[in-house]
Write a protein that binds this ligand. Structure first.
Ligand SMILES: O=P(O)(O)OC[C@H]1O[C@](O)(CO)[C@@H](O)[C@@H]1O
Length: 446
């Protein structure tokens, strides 16, 4: 069985093998404490064995719900923010036809997203376009009280009820939330929506392999059983493999060794735009997990080769506090050959007959070497192919590595206390009942 692979050789000019291997014992210990639930934030490690724990019956229930939505709607709007939509978007965009919106032959509903911003124009345009479309809603909020999705859901629910009537709307709304607490749970129970539970011990950013990610992925027509199998394969491999062969432990150790050498920014790069939103998901995972107590690597991302023509300059010659992790897909899913041209005005005939991917791979290798020469350590994660199975491996790899890496950094990788600061200011400014004191204080600052 082939797995995703990590190579660290292009970082060894900057950090020695000894400096990386000094984390061998601690990373193994942290992996065990994640599995045994003995580390910091241990009430949120329910995701660690999720791939092996999720049952066939649970997956069948998700698939059956997806099927009944597919039979009714052309568009499913996933309403959620942060971990309540990023995993689904990452997988759906990685697997979808790049021009899905023009692909009228697709029998699966188009999945759109709302509740991840508070833009009035976004909501106007979304509700405007949905007026003539059969749509359904999958509303996702673990707490059930997050402002952004609550506003979007209020608007979309009202609109759907007006469009198809309350009874039919009930059939087209699925809520994914806490088992017993929160406003969304109360509403879903009152209205009689189909619901799925986000387990108590799984935080939003680690929830992609729960119904939070799986339902929207199944609605988009992707194979959630293969995705979970891939995650399970990485779960097993990350427990069994030696440190040197273990992509998750080695990644956690290498990035911490680089961090200790002053490399405080990690740029996740891809050479396939389908992976853009995998990087968005990864940024939340690592940013919320590690950025605390005035510590942590800042997670950034680029899409290559596009961004070589913008951010490439900075990466090559800017401040030397960065390292790069490249996700490389070994084998594309399609073949396109560069054609011969008799006039050859663009002087491209030397490439005629070659696959486009060969050029992409040389751009990747050339860039890695250039960036290393420019003082940027490079790590490479190689996926054999872009499909459900290897995406499952990739997601679990990043999750387990994040838990280990957070423990190496000695933070709780499962809380996010810093996210509350903006919320409390926003509530004070909006004069939310209960925030009277904060309102008075914040007004003095304006
Ligand atoms: O699912 P909820 O409770 O609406 O939260 C959404 C997101 O908001 C946060 O709590 C804070 O950003 C994230 O951790 C979470 O993914």
């Amino acid at each position: 069985m082939e797995h995703i692979k990590l190579s660290i050789d292009k970082s060894l000019d900057f950090v020695s093998k000894e400096e990386i291997f000094k984390f061998e014992e601690s990373s193994k210990k942290h992996l065990i404490s994640l599995h045994e639930g003995t580390g910091k934030g241990n009430d949120f490690v329910g995701w660690v064995d999720l791939p092996s724990r999720i049952t066939e019956a649970e997956l069948n229930d998700i698939e059956a719900t997806a099927k009944s939505l597919k039979d009714k709607v052309e568009v499913l709007v996933v309403v959620g923010i942060g971990g309540s939509y990023l995993g689904a978007k990452a997988v759906n965009d990685a697997l979808a036809h790049s021009f899905d919106h023009l692909n009228s032959g697709d029998e699966n509903p188009l999945v759109l997203y709302a509740g991840q911003n508070i833009s009035e124009d976004y909501l106007y345009e979304l509700t405007d376009i949905l007026k003539s479309i059969e749509f359904g809603i999958c509303v996702i909020s673990k707490s059930g009280t997050t402002t952004e999705p609550a506003i979007a859901f209020r608007l979309l629910k009202e609109m759907l009820e007006e469009q198809v009537g309350k009874e039919e709307a009930r059939e087209r709304i699925v809520a994914i939330t806490d088992e017993s607490k929160g406003a969304l749970r109360t509403l879903a129970d009152q209205e009689g929506y189909k619901t799925f539970v986000i387990p108590d011990n799984v935080g939003g950013r680690y929830s992609v392999l729960t119904p939070v990610g799986l339902l929207p992925i199944a609605v988009a027509g992707h194979d959630i059983k293969a995705l979970v199998n891939g995650a399970k394969s990485m779960q097993d491999y990350s427990v069994a493999a030696s440190f040197e062969e273990n992509p998750a432990l080695l990644y956690a150790a290498t990035r911490n060794a680089l961090y200790q050498k002053g490399k405080g920014i990690e740029i996740l790069a891809n050479y396939n735009p389908k992976l853009h939103n995998v990087a968005e998901w990864w940024k939340q995972l690592y940013g919320e997990s590690e950025g605390k107590e005035n510590k942590g690597i800042f997670p950034a991302s680029v899409d290559f080769t596009s961004d070589l023509h913008s951010m490439g300059q900075y990466i090559q010659e800017g401040q030397r506090n960065i390292f790069e992790t490249v996700i490389s897909v070994a084998k594309p899913n399609h073949t396109v050959l560069i054609p011969e041209d008799k006039d050859n005005l663009d002087k491209l005939n030397y490439l005629a007959g070659k696959r486009v991917d060969e050029v992409n791979k040389m751009a990747e290798l050339g860039t890695q070497l250039a960036h290393v020469d420019g003082g940027v350590p490079n790590l490479k994660i190689e996926m054999p192919q872009l499909n459900e199975f290897y995406l499952g491996e990739l997601l679990y790899f990043f999750e387990i590595a994040c838990g280990v890496s957070g423990y190496i950094l000695d933070v709780n990788p499962f809380d996010q206390p810093g996210v509350e600061a903006y919320k409390s200011n926003m509530f004070a400014l909006l004069e939310k009942p209960g925030f009277e004191e904060e309102s008075a204080k914040i007004k003095e600052r304006l």
